[in-house]
Design a protein around this ligand. Structure first.
Ligand SMILES: Nc1ncnc2c1ncn2[C@@H]1O[C@H](COP(=O)(O)OP(=O)(O)OP(=O)(O)O)[C@@H](O)[C@H]1O
Length: 552
């Protein structure tokens, strides 16, 4: 009987890794599990007869064009991993909770699931267009913490949503596997437990890869800085003494693509290309990969006479960096060794966080792939290239969206652009306007909203604890009005000003209140005659305080 195969397809790599791990835990002992992101899906990726599980219905149209006709498709349903909701369950009932997810419909779905299960709290889905309810005690997100501004202390991450149990029943039915219902349930919960708190499970923890599919002609390089990077990379590929080559650049800039192109352009092109990512691997694992064991070949053996690419080399523990340097010195390598890093290794060397000898070795032939935000000439050609790759030349964007793309920071660089365009291509809209942009792009503009939740709530409760909220509001208002007229106040002048507003305080009382406001960063106290004034934070606080009262 033919071996059964399940292929899982999703847009986001990280999410794909999580659900793949879940599927492996549940049925991996009997079935071959393959996973592929939408961006890597090609006509021949999925084998005939494989069962295809797709992460959501929106990608169905795109996926159907690229898989064999006889493959059954299951659209996954998703559910919270309840083993992660302990913190939520342990809160006193009646908390006001804002639920943030990567788009509104997912946020609504998560709210529904929470209402059915952890039902003792009040949930509100975060909708970018709407204002956030004023009294929010906690923000809950299923594995999308990165969407939130940093520094919020009241965030509970309940981890990515997993495939729900009915999806497994469907898969198991189609595979004609002989599992009883209780067996499925047991395996399902075991997987939930083993994946709980496991969102750090990283896409990089993948095994060694052996593909070099990109050539220099595939690298979009309209900008001068990219042209120069490609030129330099070509020189290194052809130089016989360039045995160690280093590629630096932010995440998603195309470093791995460069590594593959270098290999394919070099004298090693007919030899193997082996690449390994050092991030998120523990010491033992990486040691085994780099130095092998009695029963396991190391990467250099696997690469034969070809190219080894060590990605995110800065993640290697220092002792392994040292051993790697010794290895390079001791043995006369015939391979090309390409290293990549997202951090600036020179700076790490200065801080004793990176092995200087190793750095000096590979820094002789180093190149940097510029961040996408520094080469906006590449943006439109890249978008066109992505549209071609996903066979969606027809989609168009409004000029506002294009302007937004040009201003946007693209912290995830081309990888992020790829994900955004793929996501937008799934919508049946033309042209695509600002309102359809994925949530995380729009959420950036909303950072202030989130800051207010935290800042104001905690400031108010800190002042309230001292028992003088109303007085503090009056003091801050006096400063606020003064600042508009470019007036700052010494303590006596302020005291007078407050008395005119009907607030009489003793010197001692005023000093105490001022000290607290200063501690909270709401005022700036200057010595001598300059007097005190309200800080920017204080201004934002007072504006928001009054807005919230008006809106009540
Ligand atoms: N200049 C480019 N032209 C065309 N496609 C590109 C370009 N740069 C990157 N890409 C595409 O973007 C994706 C990310 O590239 P790649 O994996 O090489 O980045 P990376 O810098 O190695 O990322 P990370 O550091 O996150 O591992 C790939 O799918 C690649 O096809």
């Amino acid at each position: 009987m033919a071996v059964k195969k399940v292929t899982i397809i999703a847009i986001q790599e990280k999410y794909l890794d999580t659900i793949t791990k879940q599927v492996k835990e549940i049925i991996g002992d009997n079935v071959i599990i393959q996973s592929v992101t939408v961006k890597d899906l090609q006509c021949h990726t999925v084998s005939d007869g494989a069962i295809v599980v797709i992460s959501n219905s929106q990608i169905k149209g795109l996926v159907t064009q690229l898989i064999p006709r006889d493959c059954p498709i299951i659209i996954a349903k998703r559910d919270i991993n309840y083993t992660n909701s302990k913190e939520l369950v342990s809160l006193p009932p009646g908390q006001e909770i804002l639920v943030v997810n990567d788009n509104v419909s997912n946020a609504n779905e998560t709210v529904e699931s929470l209402r059915e299960t952890v039902f003792e709290h009040n949930y509100h889905a975060y909708i970018p267009e709407d204002s956030i309810p004023e009294t929010i005690d906690y923000i809950v997100t299923p594995g999308e913490r990165h969407l939130l501004p940093q520094g919020l202390s009241n965030v509970i991450d309940i981890g990515s949503r997993l495939l729900d149990i009915s999806t497994f029943e469907e898969i198991i039915n189609l595979l004609e596997m002989d599992y009883s219902k209780s067996q499925i349930i047991r395996r399902y919960f075991k997987a939930c437990v083993s994946l709980s708190g496991n969102d750090n499970y990283d896409s990089h923890a993948k095994d060694i890869r052996h593909i070099a599919q990109y050539h220099f002609k595939d690298i979009i390089s309209e900008s001068q800085s990219m042209k120069e990077a490609v030129e330099l990379a070509k020189q290194y590929s052809l130089a016989h003494d360039a045995r160690y080559i280093h590629i630096g650049g932010e995440q998603g800039t195309g470093k791995n693509m460069f590594a593959q192109a270098i290999h394919n352009f070099s004298r090693k092109s007919d030899q193997p290309f082996v690449s390994v990512n050092c991030a998120s691997k523990d010491s033992d694992e990486i040691e085994l990969i780099l130095f092998g064991a009695a029963n396991q070949d190391d990467v250099f053996q696997l690469a034969g006479n070809g190219t080894v690419c060590i990605e995110e080399v800065e993640e290697l523990p220092l002792d392994i960096q040292g051993r790697l340097f010794q290895l390079f010195n001791a043995k006369d390598f015939s391979q090309i060794v390409i290293t990549t890093s997202t951090q600036n290794c020179q700076e790490l060397v200065e801080k004793d966080l990176f092995n200087r000898d190793l750095f000096n070795l590979f820094n002789k032939n180093a190149l940097n792939v510029p961040a996408l935000s520094e080469r906006m000439e590449d943006l439109l050609p890249l978008i066109n290239n992505i549209k071609q790759r996903i066979k969606r030349n027809d989609i168009t964007f409004t000029s506002k969206v294009i302007e937004f793309f040009k201003d946007y920071s693209w912290a995830g660089n081309v990888k992020e652009l790829y994900n955004v365009i793929t996501y937008l291509s799934l919508l049946e809209e033309d042209p695509i306007g600002m309102e359809f942009l994925p949530f995380h792009l729009r959420a950036r503009a909303d950072e202030q909203k989130f800051k207010n939740i935290e800042v104001n709530k905690s400031i108010i409760s800190k002042i309230e604890k001292r028992g003088f909220l109303d007085e503090s509001i009056k003091i801050l208002s006096a400063f606020y009005e003064g600042k508009k007229e470019y007036i700052s106040y010494g303590r006596n002048a302020l005291k007078k000003q407050l008395e005119e507003k009907g607030l009489t305080l003793t010197e001692q009382q005023l000093r105490m209140r001022l000290e607290v406001l200063q501690e909270l960063g709401l005022t700036i106290v200057r010595q001598g005659r300059a007097g005190s004034t309200i800080s920017r934070k204080g201004e934002a606080f007072i504006e928001d305080y009054f807005t919230s009262i008006i809106n009540k």
